[in-house]
Design a protein around this ligand. Sequence first.
Ligand code: GUN
Length: 292
Amino acid sequence: MILLDGKKTSADIKEEIALDVRELKANDEKTPHLAAIIVGSDGASITYVNAKVKACERVGFESTLIRLPEDTTEEDLLNEIAILNVDNDIDGFIVQLPLPKHIDEQKILMAVDPDKDVDGFHPTNVGKMALNLPTFISATPFGILELLDRYNVETSGKNVVVIGRSHIVGSPMSILLSQKRKVGNATVTITHSRTKNLKEITLQADIIIAALGIPEFLKADMVKDNVTVIDVGITRMADPSKKRGFRLVGDVAFNEVAKKAAYITPVPGGVGPMTIAMLLKNTLLARKRRSK
Ligand code: GUN
């Protein structure tokens, strides 16, 4: 079994990005600048956004964190987005999800200038992704492609089973892996809560992407020998033995599935760290496109 080490791979990618930034600076070019908006005080979201900002600093990007209160109106949030859209110093920005219930998420995502949409969530960018045109691929699927690529996991002609059809992971992942691209050309089955006989389907899989958000859902009896397993789950489970009071649990029963797997991502340290590296990659891409 080979561990797909997202922590190490993301560190390598950040190193490469830092080199690019040094080169930009040496050529007197503008430093990439990422902004993030967070509404409210959800603990997990704040942790993620802080990690994104810290990662910016580490690679030499500029970053701006805009923290808005939970009761921010949709109109106020749209105003903040309008300001970032026209701010020439900002190369890309994200609005951390989920948003409070009184705000229409789709309306917010559609207000972001597609050229600054480094999350790749705007319908224009989702459309380009689906058509295999150059665009910002959203961080989680992009990170999974990169991990498979760097570990030379063959996808061409393989049976891939995606569990979960979210707009952020399952849906784009199934589209990307079926496309004619370096990490792609797979025969993809997308499964979800209404799927019948899931186990029969996962037993046929060469590669499984578990992105449904149910801790330790994928068990050893659901996978064949030498499977590749990508675990996108990150549920916080109460754990008094930890300083933080919780531990992160994936969608895969890691210990039992790892015994049958050829490649598997751990949680934490698998897909999670890759998403931040890919957000930085998209921000660098946004900067380079803007200077053209
Ligand atoms: N919430 C969970 N994942 C993401 C992500 O990739 N981007 C944003 N903006 N919010 C998220």
